[in-house]
Design a binder for this molecule. Sequence first.
Ligand code: CA
Length: 133
Amino acid sequence: MSTKRLVMVVEDEAGIRDMISTLLIANGYSVVTAENGHSAITLIASYNPDIILLDLGLPDMDGLEVLRTVRHWSAVPVIVVSARGQESEKVEALDAGAGDYIVKPFGTEELLARLRATLRYTERMVQGSMVSD
Ligand code: CA
């Protein structure tokens, strides 16, 4: 791995945001954080992260709105990290373009494993499309 993967953490609760950021940095990722939906959309457009961890319960707008907005211009992989654990909520997020869904509270090893899995899958897709071009 030549360059660090950039992870955007969208989370309004400072404690969780700091915990995830510290975990990611300790595991070799670069991190950009956003504490609400509007700044998330702006930062995603300017930083072009490799992957996004997206909370759904944000103060200014629903995380699903952030996801649908970003999907207008970007195929960046998104993992929803939410306290909402209902099946219907997971289905809605996955249908809106999320690649995975993690329910809070989550284990840090699980979060890292899902992050790696989603990045691997995305890279295979990119390589596959380059081969067929
Ligand atoms: Ca929240």
